[in-house]
Design a protein around this ligand. Structure first.
Ligand code: G6P
Length: 609
């Protein structure tokens, strides 16, 4: 993961770099650093363990100045989080470099460089890159050529940006497997891992392609492709962000984003009153592609994977289309038998997740009819490389635990169910019913949010627990998985989800008074079976927390705590129960005092394997 920002201007850039890092902190936050070239052509370096705020403090105490600089916020892969392992890494006080990704042949390169007399001050894979770059510079290469020669020796995935105190006007960078965007200014130019980092200074961007190398000065900007040809890449003018990434009155981004869901869902749905969902919502030529689709393969990671698991029920039950769902890190390495007529659907909030991207890129020739991505970030790699695109309109999601991105992905999948379903098992009336139900979703979520105080009260019972079990049946099983994931991510309580029918095949052995059991009981056709499963828990002394449809017949009794949920159409239940479980996890984490928006060891965008 990690976030990169770089700037070359005629003005002081330290504040631009720091603001960029603040906006990139979702990519990693265990250490941060910044290198500037000052007026005397010296490198000025700050590196701090901890969040970007620590780097800001260091810069405030000992201000460094410069019009050219690079900065980095880190999520450790090689080497523990520490100031010594933080980027930028430097070689001979001359060249400084930041890196996002993993260099797989770092051990071989380190041995070679050691033999040539280079000393290593960190445990990172990155430090080999800066020393290698230095070898070419001292051999007389320009900074650009030195970077190209360095990149040719690297195996792995990376985005790299470098500066050289002896070439004090320029920044060079290259990408292979990790994102990098150029921000085009007026008399100044920038680079970053994500355009969001640069929105404060420009709205004009050039998204680099795989293998591109770029050189920027305050007034010049040149790009070379993988083959070394000078190329023109299209410039994209991105209008002002639709919504701010300010916290407003909320204590945490996660809570803000949970509360933004009614608006995000409505924006993703689009105008009310539409009679049908047009194929074109999925991109140009979608209709002709959908006509050929006989089955669907969904691939994703984390919370996005859970959205895919929910979608399988809709695609099979409502649309009548066979559907497989797999985590990207498994899918990409599995030897697969081709499924003729299958649509590959990747799902990703960020559009940059390394395994999901590799799954898309690794498809065999003719394996799929086409690829569709459901993503929240426009211009991201998955968006640019997929045949069809559905953009969720969740707006920027800052909290590491995904909330509004997930529920908007569910909306996208219901819309996909409609467009594919009308070609298969979904009749006209059923499609209309689905659409009408969908437009009620923002209000139903709003109503669920009004249960916040009750959920907070329930959450108090979890604070001292070490473990929790989540149960669901049918389409609510993936919701139980998502509820457990939310709780473990941000409260560090070990949480597992099981399909309730599996209870007696193992997890029941864990049930005692110390193990809270959360059940998602929406009152569908599996309700009676779920009730028997819950009795099994109760009769073993377990404490039950049941999120139940208010018509499902659950009431509070000793060791059974019921949170009455609004009644709503079946297709909306996965989303509204998720919202309730998001609030549960949030309140448990707040009371435990964890860092809700930036939980330990995690990052929002996982751009390494
Ligand atoms: C990380 C995030 C999760 C997210 C997952 C997949 O693990 O912390 O919140 O669900 O990556 O990310 P994506 O951007 O592909 O949805």
């Amino acid at each position: 993961m990690c976030g990169i920002v770089a700037a070359t201007a005629r003005r002081e850039v330290s504040e631009i770099l720091l603001e960029g890092l603040r906006r990139l902190e979702y990519r990693g936050y265990d250490s941060a650093g910044m290198a500037l070239i000052d007026n005397e052509q010296h490198l000025q370096l700050h590196r701090q363990l901890g969040k970007v705020a620590e780097l800001e403090r260091a810069q405030a105490m000992t201000p460094h100045h410069g019009c050219v600089g690079i900065a980095h916020t880190r999520w450790a892969t090689h080497g523990e989080p520490s100031a010594a392992n933080a980027h930028p890494h430097i070689s001979h006080d001359r060249v400084a470099l930041v890196h996002n990704g993993i260099i797989e042949n770092h051990a071989t390169l380190r041995a070679e460089l050691r033999e040539r007399g280079y000393e290593f001050n960190s445990q990172t894979d990155t430090e080999v890159v800066v020393h290698l770059l230095h070898t070419y510079l001292v051999a007389g290469d320009s900074l650009l050529d030195a970077l190209k020669s360095t990149a040719a020796r690297l195996e792995g995935a990376y985005a790299i940006a470098a500066i050289d105190a002896q070439n004090p006007d320029e920044v060079v960078a290259t990408r292979a497997g990790s994102p990098l965007v150029v921000g085009v200014g007026i008399g100044e130019n920038f680079l970053a891992s994500d355009q969001m980092a640069l929105r404060q200074v420009t709205d004009r961007f050039i998204f680099l392609e795989e293998g591109d190398t770029v050189r920027i000065t305050a007034t010049e900007l040149s790009i070379w492709d993988e083959a070394g040809q000078l190329v023109e890449r299209p410039r994209t003018d991105v209008p002002d962000a639709v919504e701010s990434v300010e916290l407003g009155d909320f204590e945490h981004y996660m809570l803000k984003e949970i509360y933004e869901q009614p608006r995000a869902l409505a924006a993703t749905l689009g105008a009310e009153g539409e009679k049908r969902i047009e194929d074109a919502r999925f991109g140009e030529g979608a209709g002709a592609i959908f006509d050929r689709v006989q089955s669907v393969q969904i691939v994703a990671c984390g919370t996005s994977y859970h959205a895919g698991l929910v979608a399988r029920y809709w695609l099979e039950e409502l649309a009548g289309i066979p559907c497989e769902v797999e985590v990207a890190s498994e899918f990409r390495y599995r030897k697969r038998a081709p499924h003729p007529g299958t649509l590959l659907v990747t799902v990703s909030q960020s559009g940059e997740t390394a395994d999901t991207l590799a799954a898309l890129r690794g498809q065999m020739a003719d394996e799929f009819v086409a690829s569709l991505v459901i993503a929240n970030v426009d211009h991201s790699s998955l968006v640019r490389e997929s045949d069809l695109v559905f953009l969720t309109r969740a707006g920027a999601e800052v909290g590491v635990a995904s909330t509004k991105a997930f529920t908007t992905q569910l909306v996208a999948f219901l819309m996909l169910t409609a467009v594919l379903g009308r070609r298969h098992a979904l009749g006209e009336a059923a499609e209309r019913e689905l659409l009408n139900a969908l437009h009620r979703l923002p209000d139903m979520v709003q109503e669920t949010l009004s249960r916040d105080a009750d959920i907070k009260k329930l959450s108090e019972q979890f604070i001292l627990k070490q473990h929790a079990l989540f149960l669901g049946r049918g389409i609510q099983y993936p919701i139980a998985l998502e509820g457990a994931l939310k709780l473990k991510e941000i409260s560090y309580i070990h949480a597992e989800a099981y399909p309730a029918g599996e209870l007696k095949h193992g997890p029941l052995a864990l049930v005692d008074a110390e193990m809270p059991v959360v059940a998602v009981a929406p009152g569908d056709e599996l309700l009676e079976k779920l009730k028997s499963n819950l009795e099994e828990v109760r009769s073993r002394g377990g404490e039950l927390y049941v999120f139940a449809d208010r018509n499902a017949g659950f009431t509070d009794e000793p060791r059974v705590h019921v949170l009455q949920m609004p009644s709503c159409p079946e297709v909306l239940k996965p989303a509204i129960y998720t919202v309730a479980l998001q609030l549960l996890a949030y309140h448990v984490a707040v009371q435990k005092g964890t860092d809700v928006d930036k939980p330990r060891n995690l990052a929002k965008s996982v751009t390494v394997e």
